[in-house]
Write a protein that binds this ligand. Sequence first.
Ligand code: DQA
Length: 178
Amino acid sequence: MCCISSNLKPFLYASGVILVNAMCLFNWFISIFTQTSIQMKIIIINGPNLNLLGKREPEVYGTITFADYFQELQHKYSSIELDYYQSNIEGELIDKTQEVGFTYDGIILNAAAYTHTSVGIGDAVKAITTPVVEVHISNTFSRETFRHQSFIAPNAFGIITGFGLKSYDLAIQAILNK
Ligand code: DQA
């Protein structure tokens, strides 16, 4: 019959507690590591005049500022990294598209008026590997004919147009369900 000396018992108990704590710590590290390493990265890129949302033609684009709407989106999709960039300058939009276009999981691009004019932004979308969802707040096909043309569409993963600010939310869902 085997018996443990009473002197050894506190020592064995203490080592057991240390072992369990060490395993918990290890699991915690692993979960932090996997959470951060697999977190999806999506960026919304807005083009010219979209910094004026809330006060620009409210009958077409609504009364909510993009900053407020973006906060709602970040809250709704708190498990992903959701970034935002806006510029009124064509070259800056191209630079940002190139910068994120090989590492992010998705780009939601509302190039605004440049959608209908910019070969450069169209080429940037073609050059990158990250899927791009072209987004418009208004239904561009129910407006002037010059808005029916898109230099982004041929190389976009998809197009969402005409659902108000909700178009951005739908685009996130399209990327998440890809
Ligand atoms: C827009 C539509 C474009 O035609 C226009 O130039 C914009 C906004 C939209 O989101 O509805 O600036 O992209």
